[in-house]
Ligand binder design. Structure first.
Ligand SMILES: CC(C)(COP(=O)(O)OP(=O)(O)OC[C@H]1O[C@@H](n2cnc3c(N)ncnc32)[C@H](O)[C@@H]1OP(=O)(O)O)[C@@H](O)C(=O)NCCC(=O)NCCS
Length: 131
């Protein structure tokens, strides 16, 4: 598996992964090219992506991360996030997104707060995490 920067040619695959992972943030994939964006590629196929907003100095916000359902629980998300280190990472996650919260906890993220009714459709609190 290779972790590399996202290219315009990756956008159809990124859009397909995003559509297949309803818990991922649903932003226009083309907007990711204006951020610091990475993809995980296996045998020439994009199987996951990570979008960061760099926050100098030495910090970044995780704007989105998703792994193709067929390739989850194989260390792809971990590899993507580790590529973003050693910066301090911040992110928000839906309170009900148990899989993502377990994922972040396993990677050493700690809760730093909560934003009430941060998400819509449905309305839900965001849990703030940092590592
Ligand atoms: C969250 C997500 C990116 C994790 O990616 P992944 O490649 O499946 O995660 P990894 O295989 O790297 O998991 C690393 C560790 O995290 C934990 N973990 C990951 N998914 C988990 C799950 N569904 N349930 C419990 N623990 C989980 C485990 O400890 C896992 O290690 P293990 O498999 O050796 O037990 C993926 O589930 C996903 O795309 N979810 C939908 C989109 C989403 O919710 N994005 C986050 C929005 S904030």
């Amino acid at each position: 598996m290779t972790i590399r920067r996202m290219l315009e040619a990756d956008l159809p695959a990124v859009a397909a992964i995003q559509a297949a992972t309803t818990h991922a943030a649903q932003w226009p994939p083309a907007s990711y090219l204006t951020r610091e964006s990475w993809v995980a590629e296996l045998n020439g196929v994009v199987i996951g992506f990570l979008v960061l907003l760099p926050l100098p100095p030495g910090e970044a916000e995780v704007l989105n991360i998703a792994v193709s359902p067929d390739f989850q629980r194989r260390g792809v998300g971990r590899a993507l996030l580790n590529r973003a280190s050693p910066r301090t990472l911040h992110l928000e996650v839906r309170e009900s997104n148990a899989a993502a919260r377990a994922f972040y906890q396993s990677l050493g993220f700690q809760e730093t707060g909560r934003r009430r009714a941060y998400y819509q459709h449905p309305s839900e609190d965001a849990i703030l995490l940092s590592r």
